[in-house]
Design a protein around this ligand. Structure first.
Ligand code: GLU
Length: 271
């Protein structure tokens, strides 16, 4: 089987060295094996994504010397695909509307933290009757859609992590995750697993910060019958003080580096 990798950034800022490392990792894995390297823009969150960042991502990757196969998949152009999956899950009783605010959830004494650091939803809306749900929705109350994790997980799941082997999943530790937000039509978890399957990705390379999310992704793959790719979560680049490079900390962007005279080959040589 030929290898297919991808780089799937969210256009919420300019790419920094951490992104470059991630992109180059995926690109090299594909190119070294004579496989395909895909580029996908995960721009489903309208409050954070900007078209100018999307344009900049393509420019910066090209400057780095990376090339990708086929057209760029832009998630915001495919909202119908994600809606259709949500509808199917809803019809199977695996998804329910949640009217809670962040404050409702934070106030709940029973909300522990999930392995990814988020609060585990205490299930406040899980038991609403069909009438209550309909009445609240009819009143115009905004709602998210959550996965009923207890129903979704019917067997032991695991994933294949390169260099580590088979990793058992513990999706129940994440609780009823959000699959569609009040203000965004579909969640990262849903879109990323849908697209990895649709695009035939065989090896997901991404930062180690997303490794825990794989436990949730395996549940979605199990429910939908999508194939499970192999995973290779890579180390995260840090600044000299050991802090992870992040957009919010204004890590030097590829544009800054380029402007200061750093060349693409110097960057590639660092990885
Ligand atoms: N869009 C995600 C991000 O920029 C990455 C998704 C993934 O590689 O699974 O953090």
């Amino acid at each position: 089987m030929s290898i297919v990798t991808r780089f799937a950034p969210s256009p919420t800022g300019y790419l920094h060295l951490g992104h470059a490392f991630s992109a180059v990792t995926a690109w090299r894995r594909a190119r070294e094996a004579g496989g395909r390297f895909l580029l996908r823009l995960e721009d489903i969150d309208p409050s954070r994504c900007r078209p100018e960042y999307a344009t900049a991502i393509l420019e910066d990757l090209t400057w780095l010397g990376l090339d990708w196969d086929g057209p760029v998949r832009v998630q915001s152009e495919h909202l119908g695909d994600y809606r259709a999956v949500l509808e199917t899950l809803r019809a199977r009783g695996l998804v329910y509307p949640c009217f809670c605010t962040r404050a409702d959830i934070a106030l709940s004494v029973a909300a522990p933290h999930a392995p990814d650091g988020s609060l585990v939803y205490p299930g406040l809306c899980r038991g609403l009757s069909a009438d209550e749900r309909a009445a609240r929705a009819a009143s115009g109350a905004p709602y998210a859609l959550r996965l009923h994790m207890g129903r979704a997980v019917t067997e032991a799941l695991s994933f294949k992590e390169e260099g580590e082997g088979i990793v058992p999943c513990d999706p129940l530790a994440f609780g009823d995750v959000v699959l569609a937000r009040k203000d965004a039509p579909a969640s990262y978890h849903l879109c990323v697993t849908h697209d990895d399957a649709l695009q035939g990705v065989t090896l997901v390379t991404r930062g180690a910060d997303l490794k825990t999310a794989t436990h949730v992704h395996r549940v979605l793959q199990h429910l939908t019958g999508w194939p499970a790719p192999a995973y290779a979560h890579h180390r995260l680049l840090t600044d000299p003080s050991g802090r992870r490079l992040a957009k919010r900390d204004r890590a030097a962007t590829l544009r800054d580096l380029q402007a200061s005279g750093v060349t693409a080959s110097e960057i590639l040589a660092r990885f």
